[in-house]
Design a protein around this ligand. Sequence first.
Ligand code: GDP
Length: 297
Amino acid sequence: AEMFGQLTGGLEAAWSKLKGEEVLTKENIVEPMRDIRRALLEADVSLPVVRRFVQAVSDQAVGTGLIRGVKPDQQLVKIVHDELVKLMGGEVSELVFAKSKPTVILLAGLQGVGKTTVSAKLALYLKKLGKSCMLIAGDVYRPAAIDQLVILGNQVGVPVYAAGMAIKPAEIARQGLQEARQKNVDVVIMDTAGRLQIDKAMMDELKEVKRVLNPTEVLLVVDAMTGQEAAALVTTFNVEIGITGAILTKLDGDSRGGAALSVKEVSGKPIKLVGRGERMEDLEPFYPDRMAGRILG
Ligand code: GDP
């Protein structure tokens, strides 16, 4: 399925209602605005976000007046495009590197969202930027997760620090960081345990690991398929442990778009990277303007 296909189609209904009009007016945008509102809600964007968005678009639409040579439907497309870009944070939000080595990136997230996969993908991504990396296997509750990270690390040619499951994640973090310093690597990425849902033990463990690592980036990995729930999770993790951004996975699936559109506005934290496939190469920066372009078809 085409990514965001339903959203794209829903928005097209809005433009189509302006065919034959000469100018945007308060009256003739009523129906198109209703379509935009419906399309966003069906894409699982949260209601307050939809309300603000629709208001901003209507205000601009009626204030635009006649632009020579630009048809009203194209004017509305442009306004919606620019508001979508703004909604998603405007500019691309780059990864931050520490002034002195190593830069530490802590990854958190619920089980099954693609955290372990992202750890290795991110290492490969940074390797391609010329950075030496090391992975730390901190998912001590799922034996397969450690094996999986070692296999993926091998695949992308990045060393993995694993210390089994008998010691606490904070201790693994301490040892791994020490090893990274000895090896003089540029970036350390720590994978942590996910649970099916948020609980206190998980948050306490993350706080402890964060204290030990003093990371430059704390990135929450969220699944695009969970829609506005992803934005709520980013908010919760930010309040609980303090994060610097999110990585949105599974954008290649038939996600409806709600997560990509809501995370920044709801949580105040940017989406920094997106995963769009199971291959190690399928990780890229999140470009709000390109995403808006894709949504508009
Ligand atoms: P974790 O429990 O969060 O560590 O999740 P895993 O990294 O084990 O990933 C769970 C599943 O999602 C695996 O089958 C991955 O191959 C798959 N996966 C991860 N990221 C993506 C993605 O961007 N797209 C797709 N289609 N699948 C993904």
